[in-house]
Design a protein around this ligand. Structure first.
Ligand code: ADP
Ligand code: ASP
Ligand code: MG
Length: 398
């Protein structure tokens, strides 16, 4: 019997009715014979609320205590799902990250998984139980509770799938799979049935929330087969796996010429705060002890630019001032749109087309890597930029 890991995101377990619905669908899978390991996120918005509570008490909460607090969110959803499965007549047991044997390094708030000692999971699976694991958390080598960074339950799921030798890892979320742009902003976005690890990695690192970048990295490194699908319908979703040469798996024969570019999807990232510091030895020291996830980092002439999610700004201000850095500048008005695919930057005609489209939207910067063309724009231009680029570049492609 194969082990299957299924992860349910926050909006999928957002209330008791949704949890009950998931338990009923899972009951069918269980009876079909798979050994199920479920990974859950905290119920929708719970982690944000816990985060806010901590900041109401302290402008710079202790990272250890913050981790203790935030991990409580996943404890609630794991036990509720276990209760719902028990009501369906299915034996189940929930475990915290620590009980599941997820061992991490000591970086509170942004810990990396070192290994998984999954013997308790194996024992309970052997007893015929469904095992539910709290996502986003582990225990450090100094026996402290740690978290893996916001959105980190995806990473818990892929890491567990890899360590358990699972047949596949299913990421259940509030959309049907991966689309050519965020379907909540671009209603014409198209469903992508298959996507290669490299394109998914570029999308995730460019801000597409649908899967956490570290989870994609993990899947790519250890060749974990992942399916991203809807927790509301359980219908077939997007399969992520090693790709064929040429980018997205299903683009065979779509271009007119052999070297045609192919835009797989368009990602965006807003809600960012840009910090600008003088790039000197002091900045190097600040980076060495930096605790928050950095979305993007660039040195431009003598200035270091660091982009982080705005929600961390209060904490980062405190950190910078505490370390004697008074003269940093902040700007929360810029955001990014990233075209992901192959052959984008090597074609000046294509870059010109993009620049022309974006000029009225106050394009600030454009730069490329081997798989992405990145545009920096004022935050308010993002919805318009996404719709326009999608319409002109992806359009009616089948
Ligand atoms: P979960 O709570 O399940 O982890 P997330 O909110 O983290 O869910 O990720 C799912 C969201 O990702 C969707 O609701 C959607 O708005 C957003 N998203 C952004 N880009 C894409 C994309 N290219 N394809 C699908 N969803 C996307
Ligand atoms: N609950 C955590 C968060 O909101 C982890 C996750 O959802 O993956 O970031
Ligand atoms: Mg998520």
């Amino acid at each position: 019997m194969a082990i299957v890991v299924k992860k349910f995101g926050g909006s999928s377990v957002g209330n008791v009715e949704l949890i009950r619905g998931i338990a009923q669908r899972l009951a069918k899978d269980y009876r079909s014979g798979d050994k199920l390991v479920l990974v859950v996120s905290a119920m929708a918005k719970t982690t944000d609320k816990l985060f806010d509570l901590a900041y109401q008490i302290s402008p710079h909460p202790s990272r250890r205590e913050l981790d203790m607090l935030l991990t409580a969110g996943e404890r609630i959803s794991m036990s509720l799902l276990s209760l719902a499965l028990l009501e369906e007549g299915i034996a189940s047991i929930s475990f915290t990250g620590s009980q599941s044997g997820i061992i991490t390094d000591k970086r509170h708030g942004n810990a990396r998984i070192l290994k998984v000692n999954a013997f308790r999971i194996h024992e309970e699976l052997a007893r015929g139980k469904v095992v539910i694991v709290a996502g986003f958390q582990g225990v450090s080598t100094s026996k402290e509770i740690t978290t893996l960074g916001r959105g980190g339950s995806d990473t818990s799921a892929v890491a567990l799938a890899s360590y358990l030798g699972a047949e596949r890892c299913e990421i259940y979320t509030d959309v049907a799979g991966v689309f050519t742009a965020d379907p909540r902003i671009v209603p014409d976005a198209k469903f992508i049935p298959e996507i290669g690890y490299q394109d998914m990695l570029a999308l995730a690192y460019s801000g597409s929330k649908v899967m956490h970048p570290r989870a994609v990295e993990y899947a790519c490194k250890y060749r974990v087969k992942v399916e991203i699908k809807s927790s509301f319908s359980f219908d077939n979703g997007t399969i992520m796996q090693a790709e064929l040469p040429g980018g997205v798996l299903d683009n065979k024969g779509k271009g007119d010429k052999m070297e045609d570019r192919f835009v797989s999807a368009i990602a965006h990232k807003d809600n960012l705060m840009q910090y600008r510091l003088t790039a000197n030895a002091h900045a190097v020291e600040l980076l060495k002890h930096w605790q928050h996830e950095i979305f993007k980092l660039a040195q431009i002439e003598g200035e270091l630019e660091i982009y982080v999610e705005s929600k961390y700004a209060q904490d980062i201000d405190f950190y910078l001032k505490q370390k004697g850095c008074q003269n940093f500048q902040k700007n929360d008005e810029m955001a990014f749109v990233v075209l992901v695919g192959l052959g984008l930057a090597s074609d000046p005609l294509f870059v010109a087309q993009v620049m022309e489209l974006m000029l009225p939207l106050k394009l600030q910067r454009i730069c490329h890597s081997e798989r992405a063309l990145e545009l920096m724009l004022p935050r308010e231009s993002i919805p318009e930029a996404l719709k326009l680029l999608h319409q002109e570049i992806i359009g009616d492609r089948k």
